[in-house]
Design a protein around this ligand. Structure first.
Ligand SMILES: Nc1nc2c(ncn2[C@@H]2O[C@H](COP(=O)(O)OP(=O)(O)OP(=O)(O)O)[C@@H](O)[C@H]2O)c(=O)[nH]1
Ligand SMILES: [Mg+2]
Length: 319
């Protein structure tokens, strides 16, 4: 995509054109030069959106909760964008359709924009695409961006952890709380939500989480004195969603009061640049090891005619 047409799309998106916005997000999703062209245009446009990551095990109720939270966010008068990010499936799948259905409540609200992003397998993947998508949404004037990630793998945690406030959703049952601990979610959580509190065991799960928080000391997020609150919700009836919303607001106030928000965003920017450097180096490594000389050297290493270190040095010299 030539930069001028990305510029046209961006101008249209800033003017409220949702189709243009969707196209920009598709370009970012695909990665490569197109994404780079968009990425060069979006910085510094508009006040930073406040981003909320929502993560947790499949089916925990993240989309239902997000939909309920969107209603609260809209009461602030700002527009809301929600991205359902699925690193596991390269193509639009069932989860995405499900999200559309579940967030259908907002279909008639012009101030709400909901979209799914799946991994297209490009270097850096969604960890690189997500912050760029947030910048496009910021440029288009959204005040809130929710990043819902499906599952609890490393990338999901990474994407959700790249937010101003990260909400970890678990469901009643010992397993979930323990899994949250194992998957590194304790470290990124700013707010814990025990959803499906209409089911037995919610209180025990909340207690398990509190106990784990006791063990990690000052709370998991590395922000000093903030201890992630544990909130119980029934997202389907919106029971407790006010409490979750209040907890998010409290965390935001905490960050803004202590300079933590700027610090977090600086750290995120540094992480993003590092990811791009890593992706760039990986691209060079692939190019350096994909040619005929690399094949020759591999052959020579296999025969014992040279050692792998020397072979790598030769390829690195040209990378
Ligand atoms: N009983 C009960 N069911 C709920 C609650 N919240 C969500 N559900 C149901 O749980 C199912 C999954 O909800 P989703 O909101 O799609 O969960 P999710 O975490 O977004 O799922 P994935 O994105 O597929 O990982 C749906 O059938 C919801 O209606 C709740 O508080 N109580
Ligand atoms: Mg979902």
């Amino acid at each position: 995509v030539p930069e001028s047409s990305a510029g046209d799309l961006l101008a249209a998106a800033r003017g409220g054109n949702r189709a243009a916005l969707a196209r920009l997000l598709s370009i970012i999703e695909r990665g490569g030069d197109g994404a780079r062209g968009v990425g060069r245009l979006t910085h510094g446009l508009g006040a930073d959106a406040y981003t909320i990551g929502v993560t947790g095990s499949p089916g925990a109720g993240k989309s239902t909760l997000t939909s309920a939270l969107i209603r609260a966010m809209r009461c602030t008068g700002d527009r809301v964008a929600a991205l359902a990010i699925d690193p596991s499936s390269p193509f639009s799948g069932g989860a995405i359709l499900g999200d559309r259905v579940r967030m259908g409540d907002h279909a008639l609200d012009d101030g709400v924009f909901i979209r799914s992003m799946a991994s297209r397998g490009h270097l850096g993947g969604l960890a690189v695409a997500a912050p760029e998508a947030v910048r496009v949404l910021t440029a288009a004037g959204f005040g809130w961006v929710v990043l819902e990630t499906v599952g609890v793998g490393q990338v999901e945690v990474e994407v959700a952890g790249q937010s101003d406030t990260t909400v970890v959703v678990v469901t009643p049952g010992w397993g979930d709380a323990v899994q949250a601990n194992k998957a590194g979610l304790m470290e990124v959580a700013d707010v814990f939500v025990v959803n499906k509190a209409d089911r037995p065991g919610a209180d025990e799960t909340a207690r398990d989480l509190e106990r784990m928080l006791d063990m990690v000391g000052d709370g998991g997020s590395g922000d000093g004195r903030w201890r992630p609150p544990v909130v119980r919700t029934t997202a389907t009836t919106a029971d407790g969603v006010d409490d979750a919303w209040r907890a998010i607001g409290d965390h935001r106030a905490h960050l803004e009061a202590g300079g933590g928000l700027d610090e977090r965003r600086r750290r995120r920017a540094a992480d993003e640049v590092t990811r791009l450097v890593a992706a760039g180096l990986m691209a060079r490594a692939r190019a350096a090891t994909g040619g005929p000389r690399a094949a020759e050297l591999a052959e020579a290493v296999a025969r014992g005619a040279t050692d792998p270190w020397s072979a790598a040095d030769e390829l690195l010299a040209d990378a």
